[in-house]
Design a binder for this molecule. Structure first.
Ligand code: ADP
Ligand code: ADP
Length: 225
């Protein structure tokens, strides 16, 4: 089977020491992959290259057998909107919009009518158990509620891959655990793959496969679950 998303021998340098130095990663459809490793090892850089946000200096990233860097910018942006979802540590919600409007926004941008977009957004807020904050602005919610809204927004368009960079990094362990459980459940139900960057083993335990990045190189970890 060919991979849904595959990075091979990536190199990326911002300065004299490369952030990525031969890292690679394969993600199959519906698979939950954790990228682990110490701070500064290149995890976020790998995730950004995989998502087509950052262009590697060398190496290839293929999504459904199409090389990302060979796509025109507009096509790659379109792909990110239709096929990818993103959850960051914090700050990705629009502060001026309500939580409901935040979740509806990607649907509105893809041309859905307001009513339909809001109906679907409401369903997703319910799935993530945050229907009660629909009318609030992100700043009026707790950190855990805000992250669950962010997960709803990442999944509402039905992405094939969700990129999550330390999605629970700003939360206490109980809330972090809850966000992850809901993210993983929603991804499995919609058959979305998840690429999860974390430095916590406890978080990685939610994945199907673990990859460790160290000094810009990646290595598969044998796990038995
Ligand atoms: P991790 O996610 O594992 O903490 P990163 O991928 O964020 O690691 O960073 C890897 C290395 O690349 C670090 O030394 C970091 O300082 C550097 N780096 C990452 N992004 C940038 C950037 N935009 N500009 C300069 N250096 C960067
Ligand atoms: P980390 O703590 O993993 O190093 P940072 O917050 O430093 O993450 O961000 C790493 C990269 O992710 C930066 O290049 C930044 O542009 C990008 N990034 C962070 N948050 C967002 C966001 N909400 N939307 C888009 N890009 C983001």
């Amino acid at each position: 089977m060919t991979a849904l998303l595959e990075a091979v021998k990536l190199r990326k340098a911002f300065g004299p020491t490369p952030a990525l130095d031969g890292a690679g990663l394969r993600v199959d459809a519906g698979e939950i992959v954790a990228i682990m490793g110490p701070s500064g090892s290149g995890k976020s850089t790998l995730l950004h290259c995989l998502a087509g946000i950052l262009k590697p200096d060398a190496g290839t990233v293929r999504y459904r057998d199409v090389e990302l860097s060979s796509m025109p910018d507009a096509k790659r942006s379109e792909l990110r909107r239709t096929d990818f979802g993103f959850v960051f540590q914090f700050g990705q919600l629009v502060p001026e919009l309500s939580c409901l409007e935040n979740v509806a926004l990607p649907l509105r941008l893809s041309g859905l009518k307001r009513r339909e977009a809001q109906a679907r957004a409401t369903e997703w807020l319910e799935r993530l158990e945050v229907a009660d904050v629909a009318a609030k602005r992100p700043g009026e919610t707790s950190g855990g509620q805000g992250q669950r809204v962010a997960v709803a927004r990442a999944l509402v368009t039905g992405p094939r891959v969700v990129f999550a960079d330390e999605p629970t990094g700003a939360l206490d362990s109980l809330n972090g655990e809850r966000v992850l459980r809901l993210l993983v459940t929603a991804a499995r139900e919609t058959d979305a793959a998840v690429v999860l960057v974390t430095h916590e083993a406890r978080v990685a335990a939610y994945s199907d496969r673990e990859v460790v990045v160290r000094d810009g190189r990646s290595r598969e970890v044998e796990i038995v679950r």
